[in-house]
Design a protein around this ligand. Structure first.
Ligand SMILES: *Cc1c(COP(=O)(O)O)cnc(C)c1O
Length: 310
């Protein structure tokens, strides 16, 4: 299965849970999402297609699915990705966790591929404390997912199991919490976008700091506002800035270590990787909670202006 290398580890772990192996695709530099040109290179040049199945020339393994992860609230460029998937008969599983409510050319993320997943973990736009959601318009898959997540029960009364099930259900109480929050999603997204807009305006004038753009085909929910710190222009690198901000009681976070560098996945095949590595070195995620006040945000901005050491 083909996955973005610049992502939180969860979708890659899911690939391994089912015994498949990930092939990791680098990020593109403009919006930091899965680089569809590199994906095309891998599929066209490094795989062999016989009209029925696609095989990875290096490992000999069958290639079955693409898992685009829409990171930080911004969608992946899905049209060319879907064209490739159709060309080679691949299933597309979107990880739309960080982009609930985001749109690609007017269509909601999570509705663009064949099946999609969302997480409602504590740090997401909508949270039920834990758990998540799978969405698809394939009724057979939907039934199958429900069956597996609820211990694979074959009979409403007797304890008969036709498969190995899981306790992966969202409890009714959690689902109720989630539904109630869904009613406020538009407001949350408006808050996220406002916070991001204020950061973008204020920080773009600080030499050494750059902000991620948003594609003209994208409606990004700006889940997290992440900046890039150029050590030459700013006078310190992202990690030193993280420490300095920490001393001033402002918590910031690095972006994930690219999966191809992580100790557990280092042996996995990667297509490119240098862009994700550079983003990981330079990126710093700023406080972006919907509860962030205007004053708190101005404080963060002032610190970023003051700490520059050039
Ligand atoms: C947070 C996150 C997940 C994790 O979800 P869990 O609910 O912890 O399993 C999955 N994918 C992405 C992209 C995430 O950011």
């Amino acid at each position: 299965m083909i996955v973005s290398t610049l992502t939180f580890s969860a979708p890659v772990n899911a690939v391994r849970y089912i015994g498949a192996w990930p092939v990791l695709i680098d990020a593109e530099p403009a919006y930091w999402q899965m680089d569809v040109e590199r994906l095309a290179y891998f599929l066209d040049k490094e795989c062999q297609y016989n009209g029925a199945e696609l095989r990875n020339k290096i490992t000999g393994r069958r290639v079955k699915a693409i898992v685009p992860v829409h990171i930080l609230g911004h969608p992946v460029d899905m049209d060319p990705l879907m064209d490739l998937a159709r060309k080679y008969g691949l299933v597309v599983v979107e990880d739309a966790t960080e982009s609930l409510g985001a749109k690609y050319k007017g269509k909601l993320s999570g509705s663009l591929g064949d099946i999609a997943c969302f997480s409602f973990n504590g740090n997401k736009v909508i949270t039920t404390g834990g758990g998540g959601m799978v969405v698809t318009d394939n009724e057979t898959w939907a039934r199958r997912a429900k069956y597996l997540t609820t211990q694979a029960k074959d009979d409403p009364l007797e304890y008969i199991h036709g498969d190995i099930g899981y306790n992966y259900r969202l409890t009714n109480i959690q689902a109720a919490m989630g539904c109630a929050q869904m009613e406020q999603l538009d407001q949350y997204i408006a808050d996220k976008r406002r916070i991001s807009e204020i950061y973008s305006c204020a920080l773009s004038s600080i030499p050494g700091i750059s902000v991620r753009g948003s594609a003209d085909w994208a409606y990004s929910i700006e889940w997290m506002h992440t900046i890039l710190v150029d050590p030459v222009g700013y006078g310190m690198d992202s990690r030193e800035l993280l420490r300095k901000l920490g001393e001033a009681k402002v918590q910031t976070r690095p972006l994930w270590q690219p999966i191809h560098l992580s100790p557990v996945y280092r042996s996995c095949q990667v297509v490119g990787g240098d862009v994700a590595e550079r983003l990981n070195r330079m990126a710093l995620s700023l406080p972006s909670s919907v509860g962030l006040t205007e004053e708190q945000q101005q404080h963060v901005i002032r610190l970023l202006e003051l700490l520059r050491r050039v």
